[in-house]
Ligand binder design. Structure first.
Ligand code: ATP
Length: 701
């Protein structure tokens, strides 16, 4: 079967019929033969393996037993009524339990005849039961085993109810295989198959659905994972290449007085090598004829702001305006203050536009933007309003991209004849594996070096019962002139409860750190923006020593004198969030500390998170652990990308396959950039997938 016949609607498959076809489409997104083939099993069960009752462990998953029912009785009343069978093998006894279908079962189950039962077990004290097991007479079971490894498809109760059980899916696949006697057209280039000694498409597809042996299954899975990742990489690389050829940008050919004057006379510090390298990368993009689309990754405090400014100065040298968009008002204000300070001695006009800007200010901003006298506009998504019209926007810098949707981003560059250059900055380190798959179509710059003189933040984990000691430590630090953050979780579902935690915490701090000796700020999401800003500013100016806050201070806030970060209920935070919060300290020359406070009851994952935080300060390492703990779907911003709807590969576990796939995709495009030499099926597959992942293409166009 070639790729075209595989596009046959699923209704045409014998045994499917219109109503099943409808369920397949709706519940599993299966429209075509190809979609059905690509419904890969979640896992496999070894149907030849029987457990003994005494071998069942507390963490046993689904198991298969062979034995006899010795006794059958109905127990309980009304809704608690259930049918219970004593099931014994030569080693012991378990209970089989049914809450539905008692009568029919009671009549049909046979006493003292050998059955094979299969299902999940429950433990209650020291006894084991198996609710609603799959039952088969031993005789029939043995006759029906065709494969040792039985595939289990991702199915739901809903599917079974509507007639599509695991068995039915297997039957449909069998039918599909019998209709494609010649096998399936190869979709990987011969050269790659040979070099990597991969098995053919037909063999792989057959073995993944009907494994002939565990070894064959492993080969089949490898080949299909490789193929999936290879095509994703190929399309990302191709897209990047096409983009560079097609999307023209404004070439910033001049490096003039703004850039040079600042670089030579106003740099407040020596740039790190990483900063220099990244500025060079940006300069080379901006100087070309193509539109820049660059992701700038840098750990918290690595110095992204100065890099952003240097890019702005290049735009100015070429008589273009720039905008910088931040996700929150506090951050926008901070960028505004930071850049204004850095540009103090240069003839540059910078303005701030947020939701709280007054009408008069807005009017002035709109006018000066349109006549070109305003050079840099900083703000929140207020920048996206239709009224905001630039005379000539040449560069858009977006801080913390994961908070902006795709549609919002593209709005920015519809304000121009040509799209402006785009620099996306993020302090959330994205693990390299993920970055490769997600942003293969963006160029990536990484600031992987912290400014000199920074002392590593010391992180410790303390239980709530040690609070008095922590308070003592806080007093000592304040005595030395330092400032302290105390952060409480704020998770939307339980906002009121969190709010109470925060207020209780605040009151206890006020009691233990009384005025006038101590001054305390408080900032949380329920405050008016102006009040928040007022409190924040008191802390920034050093008028208060303690800042009690929710995670509103998570991103970007820069108070170099703050040297202690205390995170309350630290077990409730994700790893990357803990790392972001910790990044609020350690920004000055003093030794900084992060104290993670928790209760004694901690889950295994919480322990791993706390242990990771106390072990390392490296954002990338933390991001890797985070990815392993949470899976890519949970990492901010990845859900909408669509790239991660992988059918068989796993972005974390199959990291090595991903690297190999990327290497071969690159090699193929280097040798044959337009895929002119490629096999017809390879080209077709590539373009088919390119159409499918439209949402990635929107990233740029
Ligand atoms: N090369 C350098 N040498 C010394 N100090 C530097 C250097 N680069 C930046 N800094 C200082 O380091 C601090 C952090 O820089 P910046 O605010 O740009 O970090 P960032 O990457 O934006 O971090 P975050 O994402 O946490 O906001 C600032 O106080 C800045 O002045």
């Amino acid at each position: 079967m070639n790729t075209s016949s595989l596009q046959t609607p699923i209704d045409y498959l014998k045994g499917v019929g219109p109503s099943r076809a409808e369920v397949l489409r709706k519940e599993l997104g299966i429209h075509t033969y190809q979609d059905l083939l690509n419904l890969f099993p979640n896992r496999y069960i070894d149907k030849t393996k029987y457990y003994k009752v005494t071998e069942i462990e507390r963490n046993s998953a689904e198991i298969q037993l062979v034995g006899k029912i010795t006794h059958l009785k109905t127990v309980g009343e009304k809704r608690g009524k259930r049918l219970v069978a004593d099931f014994v093998d030569e080693t012991g006894k378990i209970e089989l339990v049914w809450f539905r279908g008692h009568k029919w079962l009671k009549d049909s189950l046979k006493i003292n005849v050998s059955y094979v039962v299969f299902g999940k077990v429950n433990w209650f004290n020291n006894s084991v039961s198996m609710p609603h097991p799959d039952m088969e007479l031993l005789q029939e079971h043995e006759a029906s085993i065709k494969m040792a490894m039985q595939p289990i498809y991702p199915s739901t109760e809903m599917l079974s109810k509507r007639g599509i059980s695991n068995k039915v899916l297997s039957k449909m696949l069998q039918q599909l295989f019998s209709e494609s006697k010649q096998g399936f057209t190869e979709t990987l280039p011969q050269s790659i198959l040979q070099e990597l000694k991969l098995i053919s498409k037909s063999e792989a597809i057959l073995n993944v659905h009907f494994p002939q042996s565990p070894n064959k299954l492993a080969l089949a899975q490898y080949r299909l994972k490789f193929e999936e990742l290879f095509y994703i990489q190929l399309q990302l690389l191709l897209k990047n290449m096409l983009h560079k050829q097609k999307i023209k940008g404004f070439p910033f050919t001049e490096v003039g007085s703004y850039f040079n004057e600042f670089y030579q006379n106003h740099l407040p510090f020596e740039l790190t090598n990483a900063q220099k390298r990244v500025i060079k990368e940006i300069r080379s993009d901006l100087g070309s004829n193509a539109q820049m689309n660059r992701l700038l990754q840098g750990d918290v405090g690595s110095g992204k702001t100065i890099v952003a400014l240097m890019a702005c100065l290049l735009a100015l040298d070429n008589r273009f305006q720039t905008c910088l968009m931040a996700p929150t008002e506090i951050l926008a204000i901070q960028h505004y203050q930071g850049l204004s300070e850095l540009c103090e001695k240069l003839p540059i006009k910078i303005a701030l536009l947020t939701g709280s800007s007054k009408t008069k200010q807005r009017r002035e901003i709109h006018e000066s933007l349109e006549d070109g006298s305003l050079h840099i506009l900083i703000g929140t998504h207020a920048l996206l309003e239709d009224k905001v019209k630039f005379k000539n926007l040449g560069l858009a810098i977006i801080d913390e991209q994961h908070r902006f949707g795709v549609a919002q981003r593209s709005k920015l560059w519809h304000k121009n004849t040509l799209p402006p250059h785009v620099l996306v900055m993020t302090a959330t380190p994205i693990p390299r594996t993920l970055a490769m798959s997600l942003y293969g179509d963006l160029d990536i710059s990484v600031i992987d070096e912290l400014p000199p003189g920074r002392k590593a933040i010391r992180t410790v984990h303390r239980f709530d019962s040690n609070r008095l000691k922590v308070f003592r430590f806080m007093r000592d630090e304040i005595e030395k002139g330092r400032q302290i953050y105390i952060v409480y979780p704020l998770i939307q579902e339980s906002e009121t409860m969190d709010y109470k935690d925060l207020m209780d915490g605040y009151e206890s701090i006020v009691r233990d750190f009384p005025t006038p000796k101590y001054q305390i700020s408080i900032v949380h999401g329920q405050m008016k923006p102006a009040d928040k800003e007022f409190e924040m500013n008191r802390f920034v100016k050093g008028e208060t020593q303690i800042m009690v806050a929710t995670t509103v201070i998570e991103v970007g806030v820069n108070v170099p004198n703050a040297s202690v970060m205390i995170i309350e209920s630290a077990e409730r935070f994700g790893l990357s969030q803990l790392h972001q919060l910790r990044g609020r300290v350690g920004r000055g020359a003093e030794q900084s500390y992060c104290i993670l406070m928790t209760g004694h009851k901690l889950s295994k994952d919480s322990k791993t998170r706390l242990e990771t935080m106390t072990r390392t300060n490296d954002g990338f390492e933390i991001a890797e652990v985070d990815l392993k703990l949470r899976g890519p779907g949970d990492i901010m911003g990845t859900q909408q990308s669509g790239v991660l709807n992988l059918r068989i590969a796993d972005i974390v576990l199959d990291n090595d396959i991903l690297k190999t796939a990327r290497y071969y995709a690159k090699k193929m495009l280097n040798e044959d950039p337009k895929l002119e030499q490629a096999d017809h099926e390879v080209v077709k597959e590539t373009y088919r997938l390119m159409g499918k992942h439209k949402n990635i293409w929107n990233y740029i166009s």
